[in-house]
Design a binder for this molecule. Sequence first.
Ligand code: PLP
Length: 403
Amino acid sequence: MPVTQLRAITAASRLDNVRYAIRDLACVADEVIAQGHKVLPLNIGDPNIFDFQTPPHMIEAVYKAMRDGKNGYSPSSGIKPALEAIRREAGRKGITTIQDVFITSGVSETVDICLAALLNHGDNLLTPCPDYPLYSAVLAKLDIRLNAYYLNEEDGWQPDLDDIRKKITPRTRGIVLINPNNPTGAVCTRKMLEEIAELARRHNLVIFADEIYDKMIIEDDPHIAMAAVAPDVPVITFGGLSKNYLAPGWRVGWGIASGDASAMKSYVEGINKLLRARICANHPEQYAIPAALEGPQDHLAEVKRKLRSRRDLTQKWCSATPRVSCVAPRGAFYAYPSIDIPESDEIFVRELIRQKHVMVVHGSGFGQKPGTQHFRIVFLPDEATLTMAYAGIAELIAERYGR
Ligand code: PLP
């Protein structure tokens, strides 16, 4: 057989900007693991690798669905009992102008579909900086310009309204608001939601309200749904089972489209076209949705208790550690301390894995204001593990940079 020299198959250049720092660090950790060390993973927001378990009644619901033969495809938008449960849950959160509800393979797919259904070439989308990197990855895939607005550290990581105002262009089609926030743990005030809603009204923007952590509020303040504050504005609210209901591996998420019916009509049809094209979300797992939203909620008190204790420990450590300072997280399970060091936060994080076997994610992986450095901590591990990890981080800071 003739030997043919095959040319390299190059990936699309659109992907040059796709980065997912959270998982990109895994190769550094693999080196350390190959040397026989255990790595403390404070980098991935997966509650189930720590002491959090999926509520058993949800597992029963999926098991029953499988035994009852619900193993074929489901309708593209999702199964009726789950859609109805999501609508009722939205109602409990004060969302009154629902135009459509649809179930997807995780919020990751909701984001993919909702952005693809909206954006044309040349449009742009306002996304937070720092952000959860899924958004920039999906935008890169669609070849859409990222239009990042800052979250303001001096204002408890609330969105910087002046910056948003400055960045709106005639081609801005929407704004992403992650609340509670990944990576900062901030929770938006009602006033902030109202101000953003007003901007959306004025500039005809769709608001993507990523509320996947809405039941993981550490303080006693209630979570306020953006769509409840802005019933007339086009809002897609994202929710799912990954975080609140401790089942990230099931890949179950949803979108709730709300707002003025005639304003939303064409966009909702576009979303449904894409939902049909990908057939359906995971079928048996959808049976866990009514069980989750309307069954026992006992796990939430336990989750909140653990998160509060682990947040407090984290905050205390941040306050006591030279070169580190942190806005106290109020929701989700992330802290985003700033760190005052003379080299990049990425080098710091890589050295932390190599030397102290602790994994966190560098701030530059989420985006940050020039001249600032951060790292993201996932404070899901138990107190003993966190204490060990924080000792390692403090040691590296002292050894590498002094006090
Ligand atoms: N949105 C935010 C803010 C997240 O933090 C995550 C996961 O960490 C997702 C969306 C993705 O969620 P899912 O597991 O439902 O795809």
